[in-house]
Design a protein around this ligand. Structure first.
Ligand code: PGA
Length: 252
C-alpha cells in the first residue's frame, strides 16, 4: 500500500556529462528488471538540466539535494523550488546530515523547507537520524522523534502523500557501517509510530520510510525485506550503475 522508493543521492559527485552518461547506462540496465519501486536520482544542482533531459520518458524520477524555503529573493547562492520544478524535479532531499553538519541546517529550517517544497507541489525526502554519541547515550528514539515532529510541524495529513522519510543514522553514512536490518526496521518503526501519533495509523501505514547509511548491493536485500523499510537513500553505492541496479533489483 505504500511506495517503495530507491533514491540515489549523488552528493557533490558527477558533472553534467558524467551524470548523463551514467543515466544512459542506468536506463539500459534497468530495462530487464521488473521493478515495482520508484527510482529517483538526486543530483547536484548544476546537473539538473542535463539529467532532466537524459531522464525524459524513462520513468526514473529526478531529485535535488536541497532547496531554499523562500521562493525567491536576496539569497545569494541558494536554489528556489520554482526553478527546480520548472526543470522537472519531483523530489527534494531535506535535512541530510551533511547539510546539518556542514551547512548549519537545523530542525526549524528543515521544517520551513519542507513546507515550501510541498506547497510548490514537489515531494520531500526528509532525513532524520542520530549521531554516534546520541546512539551511545541511548537517545536514538528521542532524537529521531524530535527531528520528525519538528520537520512535519504544520504539514497536513493530505500533504503527507508527498513526504518520504529517510532514517539515516549518521554513524552509518559513508562509513561502511550499516545498521543491522533489525535495527533499521526497529527505528523505522519508531518513526512510523511518531507519524501515527501526529496523524493517524492510516497515514503512518501509507508513509514511505527509507533506510540510508552504507546500503549497498550486498546488504540491500536483507534491509529491504524488513516490513518497516520502504526503500533506501543511497550515497556511495548509487554512483556505480551495477551497484545501484542491484539495489533496485533487491527491492522486488
Ligand atoms: P552512503 O550515504 O550510502 O554513502 O552511506 C547515504 C546518504 O548519505 O544518503
Amino acid at each position: 500500500m505504500r511506495k517503495i522508493v530507491i533514491a540515489g543521492n549523488w552528493k557533490m559527485n558527477m558533472t553534467p556529462s558524467e551524470g548523463s552518461a551514467f543515466v544512459e547506462e542506468l536506463k539500459l540496465k534497468i530495462k530487464n528488471i521488473k521493478s515495482g519501486c520508484e527510482i529517483v536520482v538526486c543530483v547536484p544542482d548544476i546537473d539538473i538540466a542535463a539529467i532532466s533531459a537524459a531522464l525524459k520518458d524513462s520513468g526514473i524520477k529526478l531529485g535535488a539535494q536541497n532547496a531554499h524555503w523562500e521562493l525567491k529573493g536576496a539569497f545569494t547562492g541558494e536554489t528556489s523550488v520554482l526553478g527546480l520544478k520548472e526543470l522537472g524535479v519531483e523530489y527534494v532531499i531535506i535535512g541530510h546530515s551533511e547539510r546539518r553538519q556542514f551547512f548549519g541546517e537545523i530542525n526549524r529550517s528543515v521544517n520551513q523547507r519542507v513546507k515550501t517544497i510541498l506547497e510548490a507541489g514537489l515531494k520531500a525526502i526528509v532525513c532524520v537520524g542520530e549521531l554516534l554519541f546520541e546512539r551511545e547515550l541511548g537517545i536514538t528514539t528521542e532524537i529521531v522523534s524530535l527531528q520528525t515532529k519538528i520537520a512535519l510541524n504544520g504539514i497536513t495529513a493530505e500533504q503527507m502523500d508527498s513526504v518520504v522519510i529517510a532514517y539515516e543514522p549518521v554513524w552509518a553514512i559513508g562509513t561502511g557501517k550499516t545498521a543491522t536490518a533489525e535495527e533499521a526496521d526497529r527505528v523505522n518503526g519508531i518513526i512510523r509510530g511518531v507519524v501515527a501519533e501526529l496523524y493517524t495509523p492510516q497515514v503512518a501505514a501509507a508513509t514511505t520510510i527509507q533506510y540510508g547509511g552504507s546500503m549497498n548491493a550486498a546488504n540491500a536485500a536483507e534491509l529491504l525485506a524488513k516490513p518497516n523499510v520502504d526503500g533506501g537513500l543511497i550515497g556511495g553505492a548509487s554512483l556505480k550503475v551495477s551497484d545501484f541496479t542491484a539495489i533496485i533489483a533487491a527491492a522486488q
